[in-house]
Ligand binder design. Structure first.
Ligand SMILES: Nc1ncnc2c1ncn2[C@@H]1O[C@H](COP(=O)(O)OP(=O)(O)OP(=O)(O)O)[C@@H](O)[C@H]1O
Length: 360
């Protein structure tokens, strides 16, 4: 996947920007608050329908403007030119894909695959389980065609069951939703567990490059109920009284989590902050590698402010790992990192200042 053009209007401090990245490494420099992260957010928005800093309505639209818009052109793995555009007010949105209206943001986001690592990404390891579920589901959404219908079915059944629980219904009203939740939830769990099984050796190899001192990395999946002991249908039945008292469903894949274990460390809590970041980076890069293995092309890799997150040696390892694959990378930094020479020399350098982007 190779981005060839990105037009951004009224996104944070970016009033009107055209970005034409080269294949390989693209470095975007600029001072604090210049607009580097905003550029990465524009790409991320087309890939996820939201920013990694929150939803569009949380301040993504430039102050005083009614809406932002982002338009991208890229080459897919078969060399076809693809086009996507999104106009978003924070409430309403309008999207186009290859010249036709996109029926939903989901359809749009399915096309442009982007992985991002930014200063908040260590939340993938240190933060709440929703970050880790979103990470898993992004991958499945892109590589497993049966995932989205199952996920939608589960989400709908969960919403209905929770609405009934809040009203405190006769337990018999819950039965059909329990069944629906159990069927779709078991399927969702198999897909997630299967993906983690495939990701584990890729992560182990990636983590061994960045954090060899911690020993072999493994992945553990926590499905959201005692899956080894009961089916989800039984778990829902067993939890029914408690769920009626709580007013929501307390077991199931919406409570799932996963964790990285290292052979040389007793638990996640033992990781230093830097090791958390490196582990999160290893997960993101492993996900990109697994995507490439499944789909035959790399996602676009956005690395926001990576030089301030990592020491020089880890920065070199990370960039070598990604660039040796031929992936297109968008790297932002306040100053050009000294290690960007030789095989790591950027293919193109851009500079952004007060929201104005120029090629250096
Ligand atoms: N809704 C908005 N409308 C206008 N300007 C905004 C809006 N939201 C944020 N800004 C401004 O846009 C800029 C955001 O810049 P951005 O976060 O992209 O900076 P950066 O170059 O990544 O900086 P840093 O190196 O400090 O992370 C800041 O100057 C901020 O004040």
């Amino acid at each position: 996947m190779r981005l060839t053009r990105l037009d951004v209007q009224d996104l944070r401090c970016l009033a009107s920007v055209r970005f034409e990245p080269a294949p390989g490494l693209n470095l975007v420099t600029g001072g604090n608050g210049a607009g580097k992260t905003s550029l990465v957010e524009a790409v991320h928005l087309l890939g996820y329908g939201r920013s990694f800093r929150g939803r569009v309505r949380d301040g993504l639209v430039r102050s005083g403007q009614p809406a932002l818009s982002v338009y991208a052109e890229w080459l897919d793995g078969q060399g076809r030119i693809r086009r996507a555009g999104l106009r978003h007010t924070g409430g309403d949105w309008e999207a186009r894909l290859d010249g036709a209206p996109a029926p939903s943001l989901t359809e749009l986001c399915a096309e442009l695959a982007v992985v991002s690592f930014e200063p908040g990404s260590h939340e993938l390891i240190a933060g709440g389980a929703e970050h880790r579920r979103r990470f898993l589901d992004w991958a499945l959404f892109h590589v497993e065609p049966s995932f989205l219908p199952v996920w939608r079915r589960y989400a709908r059944a969960l919403k209905q069951r929770n609405a009934l629980l809040k009203r405190g219904p006769a337990p018999s009203a819950l039965a059909p939703w329990d069944q629906e939740l159990a069927e779709s939830g078991e399927r969702l769990t198999s897909l997630r567990a299967g993906y983690l099984d495939r990701l584990e050796p890729v992560l182990a190899a990636t983590a061994a490059e960045f954090l060899p001192e911690l020993g072999a990395a493994g992945l553990a999946y926590l499905p959201g109920w005692r899956r080894g002991e009961t089916s989800l249908a039984d778990a829902l039945l067993l939890a029914r009284e408690r769920d009626l008292a709580l007013g929501y469903t307390s077991v199931g894949p919406h409570r799932a989590d996963w964790r990285v274990d290292y052979a040389g460390l007793p638990g996640r809590e033992a990781l230093s902050r830097g090791q958390e970041k490196l582990t999160a980076l290893a997960c993101v890069l492993a996900q990109a590698r697994a995507f490439a293995a499944d789909r035959g092309e790399w996602p676009l890799v956005c690395l926001d402010d990576l030089a301030s997150e990592l020491d020089q040696q880890h920065l070199r390892h990370a960039l070598e790992a990604v660039l040796s694959s031929g992936a297109q990378v968008l790297l932002t930094a306040t100053e050009a990192p000294a290690i960007l020479t030789g095989s790591l020399a950027p293919a193109a350098v851009f500079h952004v200042e007060r929201g104005v982007l120029v090629r250096a």
